[in-house]
Design a protein around this ligand. Sequence first.
Ligand code: F6R
Length: 245
Amino acid sequence: MNIRVFDNEAQAGQAAALVIAAQIVKKPDSVIGLATGGTPVLTYQDLARLTKSGILDWDRVTTFNLDEYLGLAGDHEQSFRAFMVKNLFSKVNIKPDAIHIPDGLAKDPEAESLAYERSINTRGGIDLQLLGLGRTGHIGFNEPDSLFSTRTHVVDLTADTISANARFFANPSDVPRQAMTMGIGTIMQAREILMLVTGAEKARAVRGMVCNPVDPQCPGSVLQLHANVTVFLDRPAATAMYHCQ
Ligand code: F6R
C-alpha cells in the first residue's frame, strides 16, 4: 500500500484527479471504476476542469460505478446515477453507452448483478478503480463481515451507513435499505486501486485498514493484499494511523 497524506481535502482530491487524468492520457481507452459520496466531489470538479481546458478526452473511456441504491430510478435525485451525471458525466465528453451503473430498478437484481460482472469482463476488466472508505470500513457497499470473494451482488446496508448517507436525503427514512454493489472480489480484480479518504470521522476506519491485520470486520483492510494500491488521505483522516502499535 502506497500511502500519501496531504495537508487538506482539496489537495488530496486534486491529487486523485491527477492520477485518474494520467491514466486516461496514458491509455485513452481506459476502463475506470468510479465512486460516489461526498469524498470524490472535488476530484470530479478537477477532472471536469481538466477536460474543459482540453487536457482530457473521454471519447474512448469506459466507466463502471461501484454501486447503486436498490429501489431508486436512475433519474431520482439521490440515485448514484444522478450524482454522477451532476458531478462528472454532464461535464465531460464521455459517450452515454460507455457509462455503467447498476440499475436500481432491475426486476431481477441477481440477473442484473451477473450482467454487470459480465460487462466488466467483456471490456477487459477495470484499469483503475477509485474508492472511498465508509466509517464502518466498507468499500463499495461491502459492509463488515462480507466475504472477500464476492462479486456484484445485493446487500443490506448497515444502520451506520444508512445514518451516514441520510445527509443526502430530505428525510432519513427515505434512505434505501439495500443496494447493488461490486463485490470485494470484483474490486480486488482491478489492475490498480486509488483510495481517497478525508475527514476525522474516517480516522478509525483508516487505522483498521492500514494498521491491523487483514480482517473481514474492516473490509478496506483487504487492500493490503492488492499489489497496486495508492491511498490518499488528508491530515484529519490520517490522525489515528500514526500510532499503529
Ligand atoms: C460510494 C461507495 C462508498 C463510499 C463511502 C464513503 O460509491 O461505494 O463506499 O465511497 O461510503 O462515502 P463518503 O465519501 O460519502 O464519505
